[in-house]
Design a protein around this ligand. Sequence first.
Ligand code: UTP
Length: 293
Amino acid sequence: MKRIRKAIFPVAGLGTRFLPATKAMPKEMLPVVDRPVIQHVVDEAREAGIEHFIFVTGRNKSVIEDHFDRQVELEDTLRERGKTLEIDLLERDLPGPGATSFTRQQSPLGLGHAVWCARELVGREPFALLLPDVLVQHNPGCLAQMIEAYGALKPPANVVAVEEVPPERIHMYGVVGVGKTSGKTFAITEMVEKPKREAAPSNLIITGRYLLQPEILDILADQQTGSGGEIQLTDALIRLAKTQPIHGLKFSGRSFDCGSKVGFLAANVAYALARADIAPAFRAEVKHLLDES
Ligand code: UTP
């Protein structure tokens, strides 16, 4: 099985659910505790062994590119002030030289279109796709779990991360049909975008992490539009399933949709409570607020 070396991070969406915070600042740069959401997701990819990080950006997103670069004046000032801990912290978060690529999606025509915009950078090899507004809290990370499961599959294989949601929320997501299980994965028999509760094939939703074969890029090249007039990734996956197997992996961990206000706030609470340096003080503050409310 060909190794997964590259990952796409589509960051060209408008983030309308988070206006006005996202008017001038990309939602991917909103902090969860003290690091931008995108940094958490890039770390998940790095820990899974990804070597090249491809960002599909749009207007107003250049700050993401700056975040993954050195800030020479800042580093000089920190050095003058003897703040070595802070310098190390900045250093640790940087992907290596030449390990990032940035391309533009000039118009937000949909997630499928954003993925297709990275085709030249991906080339003809399997790749990971991580939606940067979804955080999964777990060690090992969601992508590492997927890559491990992928290694046990017969090529060519595609893997989609899935998780259970309560029936009353099923109509908001892409839902999969469950076929035969083999090892940690199962065969996906169908994919339905935002089904009615009674029509949903299961309670398992697609979570925002994918391992895909390059043939998906050929399908996306057709530029077929789907619901909302957007070029949808799920539509392309449905077409890909006719020629290649797509497997589901029920990952371990808890996901947060940081593109929604409640999901973002919950992520901040969960990640703060997992941090030994701030958890005791933060827990006391939260308890105080809950007692008062
Ligand atoms: P979302 O639909 O969650 O993101 O897309 P959005 O459009 O930015 O958010 P809202 O709904 O308006 O609040 C999932 C991911 O796909 C990217 C987004 O940046 C997000 O990470 N995306 C979506 C693109 O890169 N381009 C698109 O045309 C659409």
